[in-house]
Design a binder for this molecule. Sequence first.
Ligand code: NAI
Ligand code: A1CAB
Length: 269
Amino acid sequence: MNILFIGAGSMAEALLRGWVQQDVVLPQNIYVTNRSNKERLSELQAKYGVNIFSDNAQFAQMDLIVLAMKPKDAETSLQAIQQHVAPHTIVVSVLAGIPVATIERFIGKRSIARVMPNTSASLGMSASGIAFNDAMTDEQKSYCLTLVAAVGKVVEVTEEQLHAVTALSGSGPAYIYYMMEAFFHAGEQLGLDKETVRTLMTQTVAGSAAMLETLGEEPAVLRKQVTSPGGTTEAGIGVLEAHHVKAAIEACVYRAAARSEELAKTTKA
Ligand SMILES: NC(=O)C1=CN([C@@H]2O[C@H](COP(=O)(O)OP(=O)(O)OC[C@H]3O[C@@H](n4cnc5c(N)ncnc54)[C@H](O)[C@@H]3O)[C@@H](O)[C@H]2O)C=CC1
Ligand SMILES: O=C(O)[C@@H]1CCC=N1
């Protein structure tokens, strides 16, 4: 299977790195192209041994195309490729918001999957959602699921539900890093060196995720186990409550989902 990435940014790299490292796709079967940055393509070629896509005639040999440009560039990009994409080629879009209907409007009714991964795909740790259009055969679905499962966990959802997936797990790593920025800073302010804080907090996040996953408990139950009456955790959480942090996090997710819907509307015919 030859796979072409259109758009060679951070998400394209996370996916192709994951596929190459997990041995699911050979680097010689991966092609990359972007709008104008040739150095970036050479960088990916040097790092992973993938090919630089050089000629529209090569579209005929592509079994699968990954749309990985920014949503705002989707229409221009789809317009540019519409004459060239072969009828047998599966199209997988990782674009936030952009509906299958928009993609079909440019390149016709064909097998299309929308995937919402996250950047942890580069370590095989993505949490991805996938939605298929009705042209997809079972065999094509299973191939797409294999690819996405190779870079982490994947759940099949409806296209409508992808707004929620995008707002939760697509953007999710950024929310965690945002909190980590604060933990790192606070740890240093309290006199620990940067590396010590990094060790403590990355393990704390990994451990908490593993507890949630392994025990299957509600987060509130696990939180209670940490919170001794009159202790340090209760004191700290009291500050979060006073600042309505839980409400702020929920508002953050709702706003991200609404933004995904806005992106969908900007491109609808
Ligand atoms: N970064 C993330 O964590 C995630 C991103 N996504 C989606 O992945 C897509 C790409 O995001 P990033 O990699 O973060 O963006 P990026 O800005 O790092 O990369 C975008 C790439 O698209 C190329 N490009 C722009 N217009 C083009 C055109 N007309 N033809 C060919 N290439 C073109 C750019 O040159 C660049 O290489 C977005 O649609 C985003 O919604 C999805 C899940 C997570
Ligand atoms: O911020 C964005 O729009 C993309 C989609 C999910 C993560 N990054």
